[in-house]
Design a binder for this molecule. Structure first.
Ligand code: PEP
Ligand code: MG
Length: 757
């Protein structure tokens, strides 16, 4: 049965749509289990019913017509309990509901298992038998395993249909929604542009082409180029290859013939699909066909096809004549959005972001927040490759994406956008007012930056300093390491714009989910690997040129502070200080009038928490990176949407650590700031102020919101709230308690509602 299982799953994977997938399932399962009936019922939420979508054994005429209300019949029982039902005599069961049009009265025994995807019951897979006999344990296990394996395929196929505006049973529908996690607050209504990294056939979106002839010509040129590559390669290797290996090249060349792969691709282009999309589809079909073959030799040929098509893709992409067009209301969609992809879109056109991978604490989401772009992350079920050009609504507050929006839904969201705009306008009056509580406790609000545009926005919002300049952002947007001179120019802009206010520059923090395209770091466990200070200490040439650029840029301004990321022991600090001092000495020797900048460490890993006091003795200030600290304390990958609900900076363990850090650093009279996202969460900011943090550093877009909330409370009320939450043992209780306190203080709903961190 194991072989059957694998084969069925593979065959279903090759199906072109939901109906064919279901037809394969019912016929193959009936044969494999040697029963008389196999059927699939799927839940159609638009009509609140389970619909018989495919069957082998029941009357064909009933397929697509038979419906059971939710909870009705044995199918309803399986779905509502999310458990198998195995009956020797189905008719004797009180839930049995006779469906005359199916002809099922002949069948006595019944085994139904739920089809569950991400905790949601999508439908029920049923087998029936004429004889009165219960299905044995092995059969039950087979059906459960199969249903678990198929659920993803069914969910994906359903979602694809939903994008076209139909529910599983073919009802017209609108407002198809997909769940993700909140990335950056706000709502955007616009049109999708699907972006993808180069050279990956699996990620090419479907896109209509406007000039079919040009696209065909373009494809033929790419084919010709590969043909040439292949024959060159074959002749260069002629003497070194065995005859059967040389034969492979001949096979490759034949595949490229106009009658083979090429013909199919051209046909698809003629139907209006662009060359890259047509090639990707043809490749997928052939690869899958080969992968399901029984003969292991032929199965392995799937890899050859993939390789060949990737070569064609390379030439197509290298000579791409069709530049991506960004509409005025672009919603950028991708499997894994990167900073560089964001940077490609003209600023005024970029309204929203949707990333299938990543979560609210991924760096791309943080970048989106600094830019104030509504974002949904981790929309894992989104068939994003089919979204190009479609209208979407991104709800960045709740981490939702809607396609096919109805007028009603669109209008509702337009209201939300208006409400948010009004709130922002209302807050502008606070720009020149101090950030102080009703009983005059003053709080320093600084900003996190990465791009020059953040600086402008920050000054417009009345920021009093930069608490974190993520220097890796310009590195991520560059095609190679920026030279010392180039870096100096970038840093100078930030320092000059803020002078005399302090600017805290963090040394290069790459690794984890931040990979430089020109310096790839491939690791099994990147968040526990070569990250931040570990990389720069291993590459002193990169480190010293960066700090030299920083210090040089500060000449005559004197407002630079340098901060070290991912510190986990004191040696990393002393080693870094030595390098910074060397850079300073060198520049002085060159005759520059610079001053030695204050140096700080980031507390981001649990080990550093417990060494706060020792670390404080070595440096001038401490800054807490609560994003990483939360992920490392809770062992929850900040980038993984599957565990996003476990990631909370309000977890009592995180709160204890945050309080301990301030106490310890203050014992050494060192100022403490926090630059993780928690500082920009109004509720989080209140708690951190009460703990005694000296500086809260956040995205410019949240600065006025935090100021409004701090100005509406007293410091003593904040301290009372802190004492209350410190006795709690659950993150959600802490959240609710803060929300209630802000509500009682009359804080606006939109100011209270924030990401779930
Ligand atoms: C943090 O970890 O809280 C932090 C500010 O650094 P980053 O988010 O860039 O890792
Ligand atoms: Mg960090």
């Amino acid at each position: 049965m194991l072989v059957d299982l694998r084969e069925i799953v593979q065959e279903v994977n090759t199906a072109k749509d939901l109906q064919s997938a279901l037809d394969i399932i019912v016929s193959r399962v009936r044969d494999a289990m040697n029963t008389q009936v196999c059927s699939v019922y799927l839940l159609d939420p638009d009509i609140d019913s389970h619909v018989l979508m495919a069957s082998e054994g029941l009357r064909k005429s009933s397929v697509g017509h038979v419906r059971l209300q939710v909870g009705e019949g044995l199918v309803g029982l399986v779905a509502s309990n999310a458990e198998p039902v195995n009956l020797e005599d189905a008719r004797a069961h009180p839930n049995y509901h006779y469906l005359s049009e199916t002809g099922e009265e002949e069948f006595n025994s019944f085994l139904g298992v739920p089809i569950i995807h991400h905790r949601k019951v999508l439908g029920v897979l049923v087998v029936q038998h004429r004889e009165k006999r219960s299905f044995d344990e092995g059969e039950e296990a087979f059906l459960i395993t199969l249903s678990a394996q198929l659920s993803g395929v069914i969910a994906a196929a359903e979602a694809t249909g939903a994008i076209q505006g139909v529910s599983p049973s073919g009802q017209r529908k609108s407002d198809t929604s997909f769940n993700g996690v909140a990335g950056s607050n706000g709502v955007a209504i616009g049109h999708a542009v699907v972006v993808f990294p180069p050279a990956d056939l699996d990620l090419i979106p479907q896109r209509a082409c406007s000039d079919i002839d040009k696209e065909i010509e373009f494809f033929n040129m790419a084919l010709e180029a590969v043909r040439k590559d292949m024959s060159e390669l074959s002749s260069t290797l002629e003497t070194r290859l065995r005859p059967e290996e040389r034969e492979l090249f001949a096979v490759y060349l034949r595949m490229l013939d106009d009658d083979a792969l090429g013909k199919e691709v051209v046909e698809r282009i003629r139907n209006g699909q662009w060359a890259q999309g047509s090639l990707a589809e043809v490749a997928k079909d052939h690869v899958r066909a080969f992968e399901t073959m029984k003969d292991p030799y032929l199965r392995e040929r799937a890899a050859d096809i993939k390789d060949l098509c990737s070569r064609v893709l390379f030439h197509l992409q290298n000579r791409n004549v069709t530049k991506t067009e960004y509409p005025h209301d672009t919603i950028l969609v991708g499997e894994e959005l990167t900073a560089a992809m964001l940077a490609e879109v003209p600023k005024e056109k970029l309204l929203g972001l949707v990333s299938v991978k990543g979560s609210g604490n991924s760096h791309v989401a943080i970048l989106a927040r600094t830019m104030g772009i509504p974002t949904t992350m981790g929309a894992v079920d989104l068939p994003y490759r089919q979204l190009d050009g479609r209208e979407l609504i991104v709800d960045g507050y709740n981490g939702q994406v809607y396609s096919n929006p109805s007028d009603q839904l669109r209008n509702r969201y337009r209201e939300v956008i208006k409400e948010e705009e009004q709130l922002v306008r209302g807050l502008e009056g606070l720009i020149d007012l101090p950030c102080e509580t009703l009983d005059s406790h003053r709080m320093n609000l600084w900003v996190n930056t990465g791009l020059m545009s953040d600086v402008v926005r920050s000054l417009d919002h009345g920021a009093e300093g930069i608490g974190l300049f993520r220097t890796e952002v310009p590195f991520l947007l560059s095609e190679r390491f920026p030279s010392e001179q180039e870096q100096t120019a970038i840093y100078r802009e930030q320092l000059a714009a803020f002078a005399p206010k302090p600017v805290t520059m963090r040394t290069l923090d790459i690794g984890g989910d931040k990979a430089l395209p020109y310096f790839p770091i491939e690791e099994e466990n990147p968040f526990l690997g070569w990250r931040g200070i570990r990389v720069t200490l291993d590459h002193p040439e990169i480190f010293i040129s960066q700090v030299r650029a920083m210090i040089r840029a500060s000449e005559g301004l004197g407002n630079l502070q340098i901060m070290l990321p991912m510190i986990s022991n004191t040696q990393e600090v002393t080693g870094s200080i030595q390098i910074i001092k060397r850079a300073y000495r060198e520049l002085r020797e060159e005759g520059l009038e610079v001053r030695m900048p204050p140096i700080g460490v980031m507390i981001e890993v649990p080990a550093a928490v417990y060494q706060t006091r020792s670390l404080s003795r070595l440096v001038d200030f401490i800054s807490v990176g609560s994003n990483d600290l939360t992920q490392y304390l809770l062992a929850v990958d900040r980038n993984n949407p599957r565990v996003a609900s476990l990631y909370s900076s309000f977890h009592p363990a995180v709160l204890q650590a945050l309080r301990y850090i301030v106490e310890q650093a203050h014992l050494e009279n060192k100022p403490v700031s926090i630059c993780g996202e928690m500082a920009g969460d109004p509720g989080g900011a209140v708690l951190l102020m009460a703990m005694g943090y000296d500086v809260l550093s956040m995205n410019a877009t949240t600065l006025l919101k935090v100021k409004a909330v701090i100005r509406s409370l007293t410091f003593s009320a904040a301290k009372q709230l802190l004492e209350q939450v410190m006795t709690m043992d659950d993150a959600q209780m802490v959240r609710s308690c803060i929300d209630m306190a802000l509500y009682n203080a009359g804080v606006d709903r939109l100011l209270r509602s924030s990401r779930n961190n």
